[in-house]
Design a protein around this ligand. Structure first.
Ligand SMILES: [Zn+2]
Length: 297
């Protein structure tokens, strides 16, 4: 794997399998389910076996066109495996949460966002997977129209991709303290709620750790790497059925964040590959801050 270009799904999955084969004491790969078109949803677990370690979930690529997200997440995977003796948490990482959409952005439509579900009774394809999670499903910032980019699906967890994530958490005994989902673009660190302009009771903790992430990102990326911290609905826009709200409300995971990576709009979703490494270093800095916060819980 290298980070001077964006990679197809096969390369990313091949890299994960290579790591599991090469470093079996530190990492393992499981498929937690299949996409609409039958592609595996591969999760890599990275752990050095330290007792009582907190667990962090990291995902990328739930929106197909946000290529920087899987690229940054694979960079994080690489760093964690290379420095595995120092790890103080266990990591469960799904770099491409929407594999059908991701491949579609390479083969047909660079700006495709949704999955590839064919809707009954409509000519339009695709569900916005980040409107399909089962907390406050179908509320503000969603659509019932399959032709819209924010179509929430026929019901909560109607999609195999979101369902696989739900079943993974239901079956897991890991001690999850953080749920980080990487998107682009805009340079935001967002915490719940997304469904409305309200905040969870412990929002001050989320705000504090969010600000620490922003500081670490600036240190890693330089003066232009300014990330705005706040709750989703107020800072960006209201969006119900997002994974972070579900992780916070239903899974009761304390540090649930949506991180919108570079840039602020010059290139938008089509971020040139030369920005992968600097952006990924920022994402990694954020993960390390959250790891530290999880340790002290
Ligand atoms: Zn997104």
């Amino acid at each position: 794997m290298e980070w001077s270009s964006y990679h197809r799904l096969e390369d990313i999955h091949g890299y994960m399998d290579y790591l599991a084969e090469t470093f079996p004491d530190v990492c393992s790969v499981v498929s937690i389910g299949n996409s609409v078109e039958g592609r595996p949803l591969k999760v890599i677990r990275i752990s050095n076996g330290k007792a009582n370690a907190p667990a962090l979930w990291i995902d990328g690529g739930i929106h197909a066109r946000e290529w920087i997200s899987p690229a940054a997440v694979t960079y994080i995977i690489n760093h964690l495996v290379e420095n595995s003796e120092d790890l103080e948490a266990d990591y469960y990482i799904l770099p491409v949460a929407n594999p059908d959409g991701y491949e579609y952005t390479f083969t047909r439509d660079r700006l495709w966002r949704k999955n590839r579900k064919r809707s009954v009774g409509s000519q339009c394809t695709g569900v916005d997977l980040n409107r399909n999670f089962g907390y406050r499903w179908g509320g503000l910032g969603t659509s019932k129209d399959p032709c819209r980019e924010i179509y929430a699906g026929s019901g909560p967890f109607s999609e195999p991709e979101t369902n696989a994530i739900r079943y993974f958490f239901e079956a897991s005994a890991a001690n999850f303290k953080a749920y980080l989902t990487f998107h682009s673009y805009g340079q935001y660190i967002l915490y719940p709620w997304g469904y409305d302009k309200r905040v969870p009771p412990d929002y001050a903790d989320l705000e504090m750790v969010g600000k620490q992430m922003a500081t670490a990102i600036k240190k890693a990326g330089g003066a232009n790497s300014v990330y705005t911290v706040g709750n989703s609905a107020t800072t960006l826009y209201a969006a119900s059925g997002g994974s972070d709200d579900w992780a916070k409300a239903i899974l009761k995971i304390k540090y649930a964040y949506t991180i919108e990576l570079r840039d602020t709009g010059k290139y938008g979703f089509v971020l040139p590959a030369r920005y992968i490494t600097p952006t990924a270093k920022e994402a990694l800095a954020a993960v390390m801050v959250v790891t530290e916060a999880c340790k002290s819980l």
